[in-house]
Ligand binder design. Structure first.
Ligand SMILES: [Zn+2]
Length: 335
């Protein structure tokens, strides 16, 4: 978002202002950082679509979090997991023709419907919803879905998932930047930054910082993080929660490998490398790409210590202000 724009009411220039404000939404009050412009010349205050969006998304994020309503990505992922169209999904959940599709487009479900969608996330629950719908029992898509879900239940029982590295198992909240933990995006962020940074400016700590700046800048501009990672407070600035578990996971998948370099003074630095190629076009949307380009351009040739300094200077707030605390996005990203 631009810090200064032309005033639409005259010849002056307007400056972006951010201030805490209380907004009500569906009977609840939420504190947000309101974004608006104020003209230096005529004093007129106004907003733009972009400024309104970042103000409102903070309300919507908090409303969903408070009421346990799934976020857009979760809603889409649940449907995609079962391989059904949005209209079939609406039928199974009895939501009316366009219900599910509208929720995927951003319409916010009521808490009751939110709870129903969450319930459908567990294959066991979804299976009973599928089987209990008499009208659609003979529907081809439903028959296919039933056998798919039954297969899924067997698979999950035989291969439990070992990648639960985020708080609340990847459910979007203030500590994930209201995004779901996304393995594919984390993987492609790692590959992208390993390729983009010159070798002498590339080490494990630098990657940690680049992930952090990507998520926080994206939240600052769009109200969501990119990766869904949570960040802990450390004396060297924020670091993704369970970062070594993440790296080990991708090392086992043959995505990255960890390496050491002995320096001329006899010290060593830890470097993460990859054989994989960059495919950011396939996984990131246009907004995410713009954030990644910005962070890349800004930091790829910066030494790690500059990024560490920059991240510690942010003075990020956490609940107890102690080492290892998780850092909330909402109270920190707009400062
Ligand atoms: Zn003006």
């Amino acid at each position: 978002m631009k810090d200064r724009i032309e005033c639409p009411f005259g010849e002056g220039e307007a400056v972006l202002k951010k201030e805490p404000r209380s907004l009500s939404y569906r009977k609840y009050e939420f504190t947000v950082i309101a974004h608006y412009y104020k003209c230096e010349d005529c004093g007129e205050e106004f907003t733009t679509n972009e400024a309104d969006h970042i103000t409102l998304i903070q309300v919507h994020n908090q409303y969903r979090e408070r009421n346990g309503i799934p976020f857009v990505e979760e809603i889409r992922d649940i449907r995609e997991k079962y391989g059904l169209s949005a209209s079939k999904m609406s039928e199974v959940l009895r939501l009316g023709e366009n219900g599910y599709g509208n929720y995927e487009k951003g319409e916010i479900p009521t808490p009751a419907i939110g709870a129903l969608i969450k319930t459908a996330e567990r294959p066991e629950n979804f299976l009973s919803l599928l089987k209990s719908h008499n009208l659609i029992k003979n529907d081809k898509a439903i028959i296919k879905a039933i056998s798919h879900v039954e297969h899924m239940i067997r698979e999950e029982r035989d291969n439990p998932d070992h990648f639960n590295i985020s708080v609340n198992f990847g459910i979007p909240n203030n500590f994930t930047g209201y995004s779901m933990l996304n393995r594919s995006k984390i993987k492609h962020l790692l590959i992208h930054y390993i390729h983009e940074c010159k070798d002498e400016y590339n080490d494990k700590l630098k990657l940690i910082k680049l992930l952090f700046f990507t998520d926080f800048s994206h939240y600052r501009n769009f109200g969501h993080s990119v990766s869904g990672l949570s960040y802990q407070k450390k004396n060297f600035g924020p670091m993704p929660y369970c970062f070594d578990t993440i790296l080990n996971y991708f090392e086992q998948q043959d995505i990255i490998y960890q390496d050491w370099e002995i320096l001329v003074d006899g010290k060593a630095r830890e470097i993460i490398r990859t054989h994989r190629n960059i495919k950011t076009n396939e996984v990131f949307n246009e907004e995410e790409k713009s954030t990644i380009d910005l962070v890349t351009g800004y930091y790829k040739n910066s030494p790690t210590e500059d990024l560490v300094k920059k991240s510690t200077e942010l003075n990020l707030k956490s609940s107890n202000d102690t080492e290892n605390d998780l850092i909330g996005f909402q109270e920190n990203a707009f400062a």
